[in-house]
Design a protein around this ligand. Structure first.
Ligand SMILES: C[C@@H]1N[C@@H](c2nc3ccccc3[nH]2)[C@H](O)[C@@H]1O
Length: 449
């Protein structure tokens, strides 16, 4: 055990109601929107190969030219209500929205910099209508904030000289001011999703960041902050020098999903995922492998089956409209969620052995189990291994609860659920209502192996 002043301040999951609600969200929406949506991954007819929201870092564009995009930001088709309704139809229970990405452009009229929406042709606050529209749909809002800010003169990748440290002191105050400003302007926001915290300059600010996190939590009791915000005094991020998670949930699952329960170390976590391979901001070229509805449903089921939330990214266009491909996906996912969200919302890791046909989830606070089936075996029989002294009381398709399924007991704890017929190509949910097993069977036989 290493003595730490700025490591984790809590062991184990938060148990308060705000975090319990977060834990049960299951499915969320990420929104990446800002000046980068105007070029959309392309400049002077040439495609930028990186992620569209990183185009400023491309040597294909002079930085000042990119920064002048502020004078072009006039999203005439922006409609906060439409975005929130799209998320509602998808079945998202929370949304994480970029207030400021790495380029430093603020979607709110910050008092602490001129590089904000107030000095664009649009002029008006973007965050307020968004927060209000999502609140109205009953979708909780998390504010994404990039600490790294390429526009601010005080930003440094590392602190090497006296000048660096003087400049970065100013940058730290600026960052604190903006964060308290966001919490003041948007009091219904449930949390902050920090990004751009991997550079040495910020990693060296363990004490400052720890104090700032404490100050924000005091300013907004219940505030949810992930593991990506700060490093401990030894530069350890996400997990401190004793291997204890920093913050309220693990934020390391960016475009990747844990494979087994051991990978999440008993913590809360969310996975944030792009529809294309690696594009968060709008990219004109809808290129490479575009994840299908079934792929995204399987990712959602896998995350919930391992105790996490799945957060799917949308990159609205520069004019403020959501692209048709993303609207279609939201509708297709929502269509499935309409029938099956009971297996996703307020569910958790079931603690059962993973089977090839798909994923188990368990309703929090109940024994009810869900089998989210993606791969029906040729036998049509779905294997289930239950804990000892448990048997299957009832099993049925969530979509047809009146039609009981035949659960054949193979051995003391193993069953086959025999499917009648299932529409191929569509993931579906089998509900298991377990009951306590009457004590039977002689233990002597079992000892004979
Ligand atoms: C949630 C995602 N995090 C940002 C990001 N920048 C990275 C630089 C290097 C490696 C991973 C990165 N993720 C992406 O631009 C997006 O905002």
């Amino acid at each position: 055990q290493i003595e730490l002043k700025h490591g984790s301040h809590r062991i184990g999951k938060r148990t308060d109601a705000v975090m319990q609600k977060w834990r049960g969200y299951g499915l969320g929406q990420f929104i990446h929107w800002g000046l980068y949506a105007i070029p959309g991954g392309e400049w002077n007819g040439k495609q930028y190969n990186g992620a569209a929201e990183w185009i400023r870092s491309w040597n294909g564009i002079p930085k000042s030219t990119y920064d002048s995009l502020i004078y072009k930001f006039n999203p005439v088709n922006f409609n906060a209500e439409e975005w929130a309704v799209t998320a509602k139809q998808m079945g998202a229970r929370y949304v994480t929205i970029t207030t400021k990405h790495h380029d430093g452009f603020c979607l709110w009229p910050s008092k602490y910099t001129r590089y904000t929406i107030a000095n664009s042709p649009w002029k008006k606050d973007i965050m307020k209508p968004l927060v209000d529209a999502y609140d109205k749909q009953g979708i909780d809002v998390i504010l994404y904030f990039s600490v790294m800010d390429w526009n601010h003169p005080g930003w440094r990748y590392d602190i090497k000289t006296k000048e660096d440290s003087i400049a970065f002191e100013g940058f730290k105050q600026f960052t604190r001011n903006q964060l308290l400003e966001l919490l003041t302007l948007y009091p219904t926001a449930k949390g902050l999703w920090f990004d751009g915290t991997w550079d040495k300059s910020w990693i060296k600010q363990a004490a400052f960041a720890d104090e700032l996190e404490t100050e924000m939590r005091k300013f907004r009791p219940g505030l949810i902050i992930g593991s990506r915000f700060r490093a401990d005094e030894n530069g350890k991020r996400h997990f401190d020098s004793n291997g204890v998670l920093m913050g309220d949930y693990e934020q390391g699952w960016e475009r990747k999903i844990p494979n087994k329960i051991e990978d999440v170390h008993g913590n809360d976590w969310d996975c944030v995922m792009t529809v294309p391979e690696n594009q968060w901001g709008y990219n004109k070229a809808w290129k490479g492998h575009i994840k299908t509805r079934n792929e995204l449903l399987e990712m959602t089921a896998k995350c919930v089956s391992l105790g996490g939330n799945f957060v799917l990214n949308f990159g609205p266009q520069g004019d403020g409209a959501i692209r048709k491909e993303e609207k279609q996906l939201a509708a297709q996912i929502g269509d499935w969620m309409k029938t099956n969200s009971e297996a996703i919302y307020n569910c958790e890791y079931a603690g059962l052995e993973k089977q090839d046909w798909g994923y188990f989830t368990k309703k929090t606070g109940s024994d009810k189990l869900y089998m989210i089936v993606f791969n029906v075996p040729v036998s049509g029989a779905l294997k289930v291994k239950l804990p000892a002294n448990t048997s299957i009381g009832k099993s049925y398709l969530l979509a047809q609860p009146a039609q009981l399924l035949n659960a054949e007991e193979i051995s003391g704890t193993e069953y086959f659920i025999h499917l009648k017929n299932t529409a191929a190509g569509n993931p579906f949910v089998v509900v298991l209502e377990p009951t306590a097993k009457k004590a039977s069977g002689n233990t002597y036989d079992k000892a004979k192996t």
